[in-house]
Design a protein around this ligand. Structure first.
Ligand code: ZN
Ligand code: ZN
Ligand code: ZN
Length: 427
């Protein structure tokens, strides 16, 4: 007896010591969208990137920062500076009108790049940027905004778009195509916005009058003077909203020197999300997230595994693209190629007919068999019948009820009160 319990103890120990696979990050965390319906919590499907239990994406679950995929790989690939988590920037919270500090400095998990050597000025610009971005968007440590940053980052920069190891068994050709794709977007499309602030030069209105400008007839001098006053420059217009920029703004040099946005307007043209960490990809003179860039480039994405499809052969079904190997039942993963399937409206996945029956089909209240999708049936509220079964339940009558009067007693249909009574009597 003792030996067996020792053995069990050892087994338990080895189970505990087992290395946690990437796949298990966040395992068991409850789903925020389907709550208790996600029985057992997050159980990541091996390649679908959704929870097996509730079919929701991983990010819908109540994750801790360490449960997310490490984004440092993507940052390394793109050459983006990885935020220094040990030495976080401290933001001074100020009243927006009085500029009086409101509380003690709060740590921020990410700060934008600012081209400013002077330390104090640099911090001023960062603060101005955050102020204009709005309180709710500032990624304070452990805040909703910092959680959101993680969620949006996995959405906008899908880890599997950058790392073959995050994909489901790529062939050598696919892996090399992915590498080529990453090199291409990095070198030709990628950029990271930089923050600056419009200098607030107070202009003496006297100097602006025409007569005064006319006094100086040397054009160069006028130019120099105007530049000093910061008025010779074109007014800064936001590329997002076309309105004037008077404070902080984001520059995206990939789109030219005159491309700038309000902090709140630096969004992906397709999904309208604020671009995480100001990482953008330019395309046709607009800015996009990596996910939408791939769509703009017409690279199909598999609706089942969410990875880019890097081979010429793939399945198109209901306007969605699938890897050949991933066109399978959303419930049991059996291949659907050559089989009939139904679109599961809840999860928007195709499912095979037998799974559809299992999950959704109604049971006929008369014969207690499933009403298959290819069978005719009818329903009254929560009661369902095969059309072929919908006859008077008095066996001696057995009249077809469709199109005529009927009544329902304890889920069973009859043609008349007489038949109800005759059945009750024989009972
Ligand atoms: Zn879930
Ligand atoms: Zn987008
Ligand atoms: Zn796929």
């Amino acid at each position: 007896m003792e030996n067996i319990s020792k053995l069990e103890e050892r087994l338990e120990q080895s189970r505990k010591q087992r290395k946690i696979l990437k796949h298990e990050l966040g395992a068991g965390k409850s789903c925020l969208s389907c709550k208790e319906k996600c029985v057992g919590g997050l159980n990541l499907h091996f390649w679908r990137k959704i929870c097996i239990n509730c079919k929701c994406p991983k990010s819908n679950h109540d994750l801790l920062p360490e449960d997310y995929d490490d984004e440092s790989h993507i940052f390394e690939v793109l050459g983006v500076k990885i935020p220094d988590h040990k030495n976080l920037y401290k933001y001074i919270h100020k009243n927006p009108t009085t500029h009086v500090p409101l509380d003690e400095k709060k740590e921020v998990e990410w700060i934008p790049i600012v081209s400013e050597k002077d330390h104090a000025k640099r911090n001023e610009k960062i603060n101005k940027y955050f102020e204009e971005l709005g309180e709710k968007q500032i990624p304070f440590k452990n805040s909703d905004a910092s959680k959101n940053r993680k969620i949006q980052s996995t959405m906008q920069l899908p880890p599997h778009d950058f790392n073959p190891e995050k994909c489901d068994n790529l062939s050598e050709i696919e892996a090399s195509k992915l590498k080529h794709y990453v090199d291409n977007i990095k070198n030709n499309y990628f950029g990271q916005g930089q923050v600056d602030v419009v200098e607030n030069t107070s202009v003496n209105p006297f100097l602006l009058t025409k007569t005064n400008l006319n006094v100086v007839n040397n054009n160069e001098v006028v130019g120099e003077m105007l530049q000093k006053l910061n008025i010779g420059k074109k007014e800064l217009l936001c590329k997002g909203c076309d309105q004037h920029i008077t404070g902080a703004f984001v520059k995206a040099e990939r789109l030219g020197k005159d491309a700038q946005w309000h902090p709140k307007c630096f969004k992906c043209k397709s999904c309208s999300q604020l671009l995480v960490d100001l990482i953008y990809f330019h395309y046709n003179n607009d800015i996009y997230c990596a996910r939408d860039l791939a769509a703009m480039m017409d690279i199909p994405r598999c609706a089942a595994c969410d990875e880019l499809i890097l081979v010429s052969e793939f399945t198109l079904a209901d306007n969605k693209n699938y890897h050949l190997k991933h066109f399978c039942c959303g419930n049991c993963d059996k291949t659907l190629a050559g089989f009939k399937y139904i679109n599961d409206e809840k999860t928007n996945n195709p499912v095979c007919l037998s799974c559809y029956d299992l999950i959704y089909a109604n049971k006929c209240s008369i014969c207690m068999e499933i009403i298959a999708p290819n069978e005719e049936g009818l329903s009254f509220k929560e009661i369902h019948y095969h059309l072929k079964c919908f006859n008077c339940s008095n066996k001696e009558c057995n009249k077809k009820l469709i199109g005529s009067r009927f009544c329902i007693k304890t889920d069973i249909p009859f043609c008349s009160a007489n038949c109800v009574n005759s059945v009750n009597m024989t009972n």
